[in-house]
Design a binder for this molecule. Structure first.
Ligand code: NAP
Ligand code: F7E
Length: 405
């Protein structure tokens, strides 16, 4: 049985990768750092099938001990401070984890007796390209393995250091070390402060809130009005203000990203390590969409065609330096690995919205409990809606039964 060691198993990609490797018959060990809250939510359904060891990648001795104890065949380096915006406010931490942590893993492998029996995967990123791109004869922009890196954030600089380290350890020491230059990939498990999930989470909360309000007041149709930062719900008959919901606050909507589904992307990671020769590969769908286009797709799923009333542009979410355009050319990965994405942009957005709407519905039982115990005319508060619960999905109407406007 092959053994895989995953640094960053509690993250989006780590959870999908662990699932996939278990299906392939691997023994999987995941490294988690000690924190005061439970971070294993994404892997709770497979915890009984995997080994968990405690470790922080900034602690080199610990990383070395883990690699010596577990003796993996494949090592996946996914742990990172992965939020680009946060890297501007915490550049030192980002450097220590995202660059230094990878060096600790590479060194641990290099000094191991089993150095040449292990294969190593590094989670590189399209952020390495920053503001650079190449152009086709028709003037279409793209990035591939030959495009020059021009990082635009402390995160990207740290990732570039790690990327170059991987190349040096591969060429200098003959290690089987590959980097996947992965373009943005999202999912139902995406962290809630990345733009796609922030949008779909808001939609889920909004739908859940409206449905709860409708039940609370036994109303089919509301009147909605829009203040600067809130959506105000009024009774369609009496015009009485019932409650309000905060608008979705976002930054730059004009940047373009090449978005795929994480499930497809972890398959590419594994494929790289099955090759006899290690190498670097761009992994992307080849399609670029703006944040506006993601909003179009996500709001379309709940039958809102003009989302502009629901969104506020907030300078807080602008970055000191932006990456404006990312579109990957995956020709090498398709030709050599045989990798192709299976989940389209639209399906990705729809899956994420569906998931977040269902989750919010499940979380409304507490609201119902609170409602039945209190007066029928009370205001509905956000905190009530966000309480966890187990309401039967069957009781909930489909989104389009809840009128907007
Ligand atoms: P993620 O959800 O943010 O997961 C990051 C993981 O790293 C979490 O498991 C986190 O643990 C762990 N971690 C952070 N600091 C650590 C430390 N000091 N020691 C040990 N573990 C630590 O990221 P993701 O989206 O799954 O991405 C996986 C990797 O691919 C990252 O390296 C990311 O930079 C890179 N990448 C992502 C994308 C993308 O679009 N998703 C694209 C290109 C590259 P906790 O749960 O304890 O926080
Ligand atoms: O931003 C804009 C923001 O944070 C995407 C990471 O996984 O992919 C990810 O990095 C775009 C940017 O992802 C908000 O300015 C607007 O242009 O979802 P994001 P990212 O920065 O592309 C790469 C490949 C990685 O490697 C990273 O680890 O959306 N944007 N308004 C916003 N972004 C956020 N987060 N929040 C906003 O409110």
């Amino acid at each position: 049985m092959k053994k895989a060691l995953i640094f960053g198993i509690t993250g989006q990609d780590g959870s999908y990768l662990a699932e996939m490797l278990l299906e392939k018959g691997y023994e999987v060990t995941g490294v988690t750092r000690r924190v005061s809250v439970n971070t294993t939510e994404r892997i709770s359904h497979i915890l009984h099938k995997i080994n968990i060891v405690e470790g922080d990648i900034t602690d080199g001795f610990n990383v070395m001990r883990i690699i010596e104890d577990f003796k993996p065949d494949e090592v996946y380096s996914l742990a990172a401070q992965s939020h680009v915006g946060t890297s501007f406010s915490q550049p030192n931490l980002t450097w220590d984890v995202t660059a230094g942590g990878v060096l600790n893993i590479l060194e641990a492998i290099r000094h191991s007796d089993r150095c040449f029996d292990m294969r190593f995967y590094q989670a590189s990123t399209s952020e390495l390209f920053g503001k650079n791109y190449d152009e086709t004869e028709n003037g279409e922009k793209f990035q591939n393995e030959k495009t020059q890196f021009m990082p635009q954030s402390p995160y990207a600089v740290a990732k570039m250091a790690a990327h170059n380290m991987v190349r040096i350890y591969r060429e200098g020491y003959g290690m089987h070390a590959s980097s996947g230059i992965l373009f943005n990939h999202e999912s139902e498990r995406r962290g809630e402060d990345f733009v796609t999930r922030k949008i779909t989470k808001w939609i889920g909360g909004f739908i859940g809130f409206k449905e709860a309000l409708r039940r609370e007041y036994n109303l089919k149709i509301f009147k909605t009005e829009f203040s600067e930062d809130k959506i105000v719900f009024k009774c369609g008959v009496t015009n009485q203000v019932l409650s309000s919901y905060p608008k979705l606050r976002l930054g730059n909507l004009d940047a373009s990203r090449d978005w795929g589904h994480a499930k497809d992307y972890v398959r590419a990671m594994w494929m790289m390590l099955q090759r006899t020769d290690p190498d670097d590969y761009v992994i992307a769908t080849g399609e670029a969409h703006t944040i506006r286009e993601f909003l179009d797709a996500a709001f379309c799923k709940i039958d809102i065609l003009d989302w502009s009333h629901c969104v506020v542009i907030d300078p807080e979410f602008y970055r000191p330096a932006e990456v404006e355009y990312l579109r990957g050319d995956r020709t090498k990965a398709t030709d050599i690995l045989g990798w192709e994405p299976e989940i389209s942009f639209k399906e990705l957005a729809f899956r994420m919205v569906d998931h977040d709407v269902k989750t919010q519905r499940l979380q409304r039982s507490n609201l119902q409990k609170i409602s039945t115990n209190s007066s029928k005319t009370r205001q509905v508060h956000m905190s009530d809606v966000q309480e966890k619960g187990k309401e039967s999905l069957a009781q909930c109407p489909p989104y389009n039964e809840v009128e907007f406007g």
